[in-house]
Ligand binder design. Structure first.
Ligand SMILES: C[S@@+](CC[C@H](N)C(=O)[O-])C[C@H]1O[C@@H](n2cnc3c(N)ncnc32)[C@H](O)[C@@H]1O
Length: 280
């Protein structure tokens, strides 16, 4: 098995296992946390009546539903996601002008040159071979088509993720630092890397807009700590921790988040790239 296949299999196992289950269990809270980024990327994508749209890594189909509304009855949206439980949740929405493919977007056989828009909210950072994946997505676009997605910037720019990580890490088994080319939550933080990937995949020069936005993490530290550690850099540490280590890590996260509690909940800064590129 090639290393790319290994990484792809790891991601598929994660999103069909603890990642997918965790995402579903915490979805109401997550949706509130990332809603503003969703609104911004949907506005930038500006899906038009009659367009054909691909929603990559669509998860439970929240953005697919918004895109389906925008393209209207003459348009069509296809959501593609590798996670069976998340696609099942998306299908249960029974959208009249949207359908869902349970597959790896990197290799799925999309109808060639048939989409106006390839869209994603936080669903494109998990490819084992991102150049091959974006090449596959590009060939699905019409020559006039466009790519619009939102992804996280680097960990230091995202205290909502870094504060709990720094608090928990000393109590958990050592977590291997992801390599600069490995898939994961922050894999597209480096703008130069994203530029290179899109260029090699054949897209036109991408435009990057930095979005800095406070992230509502939950109503209080206790609520947040119940769900933390299921995704992102802490997931492996918690998965491999003894009950004692996990408890100490949770206590440390609670202590680190308490100072950020307010009547509005726990809010910390978040930072994303909004990326746009033409198919050619
Ligand atoms: C952070 S979640 C975002 C979900 C959704 N876009 C949203 O904003 O609610 C990332 C999603 O990407 C999906 N995913 C990861 N790797 C994928 C791949 N190779 N092909 C398709 N979907 C993938 C995961 O299953 C998960 O649903």
């Amino acid at each position: 098995m090639s290393p790319e296949r290994d990484l792809a299999a790891e991601q598929a196992a994660f999103w069909n296992g603890p990642g997918g289950q965790g995402w579903l269990a915490a979805y109401a809270r997550i949706e509130r946390s990332i809603a503003e980024f969703g609104r911004m990327v949907l506005a930038a994508a500006a899906a038009q009546p009659g367009e054909r749209v691909l929603d990559v890594g669509c998860g439970t189909g929240g953005t697919t539903a918004e895109l389906a509304r925008a393209v209207g009855p003459l348009g069509r949206v296809v959501g593609v996601d590798i996670s069976e439980p998340l696609v099942a949740a998306a299908r249960s929405k029974q959208l009249a002008n949207a359908s869902f493919a349970l597959d790896d977007a990197a290799t799925h056989l999309f109808e060639a040159a048939s989409y106006d828009l390839v869209f994603s909210r936080f669903g494109v950072m998990f490819f084992a071979d991102p150049v091959a994946a974006f090449r596959n997505l590009r060939q699905a676009l019409k020559p006039t088509g466009r790519l619009v997605f939102v992804c996280w910037r680097t960990p230091p720019e995202n205290p909502w993720g870094l504060v709990p990580f720094r608090a928990a890490a000393p109590h958990l088994p050592p977590m291997p630092r992801p390599g600069p080319e490995d898939p994961g939550q922050y894999a597209f933080g480096d703008r130069a890397r994203v530029e290179r990937i899109l260029k090699e995949a054949g897209f036109g020069p991408p435009a990057f807009e930095a979005i800095d936005q406070p992230i509502w993490m939950g109503k209080d530290a206790a609520e947040i700590v119940d769900n933390l550690g299921r995704f992102g850099p802490l997931a492996r540490g918690f998965a491999e921790a003894t009950p004692d280590q996990a408890e100490k890590a949770r206590e440390a996260i609670t202590a680190a988040l308490r100072p950020h509690e307010s009547a509005a909940g726990v809010v910390l800064p978040g930072a994303c790239w909004l990326v746009r590129a033409a198919a050619r």
